[in-house]
Design a protein around this ligand. Structure first.
Ligand code: HEM
Ligand code: HEM
Ligand SMILES: [Fe+2]
Length: 444
């Protein structure tokens, strides 16, 4: 059921990604326990909150990138109509990246850590990541160049991946001036999720929709141009919404406020575009769960990133909510809505094909989608209430930090409850994907 043999390299990428996803969520629960109950000093000495948080967020980035890379290896042969340049390189790359990931986690336990959130991994391991990324870009780039079947989807994907890799470089040096250090830190964090990753999402989703709906490629590609142009236009200047309070010039209040407030526009376009593709489909639906996930992605992307981002992006509001649990609420809903669902869409499209399965029972997939989707939404709301309490009591009324934390604990307990529900949903999805077997041959 796959057209090219080399597409198989995607499978180990997906399996590792799923395993790391589960681990990430378990650490999320652990973090919430830290907030909801507090911990005895003996545990904090060995496994402090900051280390657990570094585990949670680095695992997040690693599994999502592995998912995107596997997804790229899965789609590039079909899109270029040629085998991958080298499957061997793809396996070496996977081993390098997973090796760096494991070394990073073990290192964190012993304080081998650069300290900057999300980019904690030490310089030496950064170099391994860079080598892994170069192998990846080389492999994908050479495949595309040799095949000479350029399409807008391929160009966008390759462009997004190169942009993604280049930005990572800005997070490697450490600047003694902390304002400057954070300035570039945001080039990685913000320009990743609100720039490069959006291009990758645009390309992958356009491709999957093209496959499952059979709509006109020219129309899909025309829209891709518009959406990407808008993402870059609003997202690059929108970086300013992180420069309000870190010592950058005052004009960022204006630039950041105006451009980031426009960032929901391309997301709305993307949602509308998905809707249109679904409506104008040319084929019967053979794999409805992929369909549901893609539509879910479009809507959740809008809620988590567009709406929840917009709520605190203007400086007048961000002044109170900056760095509070309001940010955490948005961070969860946006990452889940856009990038976790993108990965799940890729997995549910690719797994049956990699396993040579035509039709399969989709019930568990639906359960997984609805449980994780609803649990994450309610968990996000609980973080949000904690964040509004925090902003109001601490920033507006000027209450002490710890006093405020005590009033928030109830909401962290609620986070734990929905977090457990979320974990159950994740386990269902992993079980469903791994267990998927070819159905008995149909008798005519
Ligand atoms: C899928 C896209 C997005 C993802 C994954 C995402 C994720 C995140 C994360 C994880 C943070 C916290 C970073 C940190 O301080 O550690 C953050 C901060 C922020 N995001 Fe997003 N975001 C997305 C899109 C957007 C959009 C479109 C907007 C605006 C409309 C937005 C507005 C903000 C703002 C204002 C902050 C800073 C909050 C603060 O001052 O503490 N985000 N985002
Ligand atoms: C059981 C599920 C989960 C729980 C209970 C949980 C809990 C937490 C907690 C307590 C934090 C620390 C917030 C802080 O520093 O104040 C955190 C950070 C974070 N989590 Fe989760 N998490 C879960 C799942 C996830 C998932 C599935 C994603 C992504 C799709 C995710 C993305 C993040 C991000 C991006 C941050 C950093 C937020 C920021 O910088 O503002 N988490 N999580
Ligand atoms: Fe941002």
């Amino acid at each position: 059921m796959i057209a090219y043999n080399s597409q198989r390299v995607a499978y180990p990428y997906f399996v590792v990604a799923l395993f790391l996803f589960a681990l990430q969520v378990i650490l999320g629960l652990w973090l919430a326990i830290n907030y909801a109950f507090g911990l005895p000093q003996s545990i904090v000495d060995v496994f402090p909150f900051s280390t657990a948080r570094a585990f949670h967020t680095n695992l997040l980035v690693l599994w999502m990138l592995l998912g995107f890379m596997g997804g790229t290896y899965f789609m590039v042969p079909e899109e270029t109509r040629s085998e991958l340049f080298s499957t061997k390189l793809a396996y070496i790359q996977l081993i390098l990246l997973v090796g760096a990931g494991v070394a990073a986690l073990v290192g964190f336990l012993f304080g081998w850590n650069q300290g900057r959130p999300l980019l904690e991994i030490p310089f030496e391991l950064d170099l391994v990541i860079v080598v892994g990324a170069l192998i990846f870009l080389f492999n994908v780039g050479v495949t595309m160049i040799r095949a000479k079947n350029w399409t807008v989807i391929q160009g966008t994907l390759l462009g997004g991946l190169i942009f993604l890799a280049l930005l990572y470089l800005f997070g490697i040096p450490f600047y003694k001036n902390l304002s400057i250090d954070w300035y570039y830190w945001w080039w990685v964090i913000h320009l990743w999720v609100e720039g490069a990753w959006e291009l990758v999402t645009g390309a992958i989703i356009a491709w999957i929709l093209l496959q499952i709906t059979g709509v006109n490629r020219q129309v899909v590609e025309k829209w891709l141009y518009i959406v990407i142009g808008l993402f870059l236009f609003t997202g690059i200047a929108g970086t300013g919404h992180h420069y309000y309070w870190l010592g950058a010039p005052r004009y960022w209040l204006w630039i950041g406020g105006i451009f980031s407030a426009l960032e929901p526009v391309p997301i709305i376009f993307m949602m509308w575009d998905t809707y249109r593709n679904v409506k104008e489909r040319q084929k019967p639906i053979t794999n409805p769960i992929v369909w549901t996930l893609a539509v879910g992605l479009a809507i959740y992307h809008f809620i988590g990133a567009g709406l929840w981002g917009f709520l605190h992006t203007l400086p007048q509001i961000n002044y109170y909510t900056h760095g509070s649990q309001v940010t955490v609420s948005h961070g969860h809903m946006a990452f889940f809505g856009a990038y976790a669902l993108l990965n799940l869409t890729i997995f549910y499209y690719a797994f049956p094909r990699l396993k040579g399965i035509g039709r399969f029972n989709q019930n568990l997939g639906y359960w997984g989608f609805w449980i994780t989707g609803i649990a994450m939404f309610l968990m996000g709301l609980a973080f949000g209430v904690a964040g509004v309490l925090q902003s109001y009591l601490e920033r507006f009324l000027g209450m002490g930090y710890m006093t405020t934390q005590l009033t928030m604990q109830l909401w962290f307990k609620i986070v734990i409850f929905f977090g457990v529900c979320f974990l159950i949903g994740v386990i269902i999805i992993i079980y469903d994907l791994l267990r998927m077997r070819p159905a008995a041959p149909e008798t005519a």
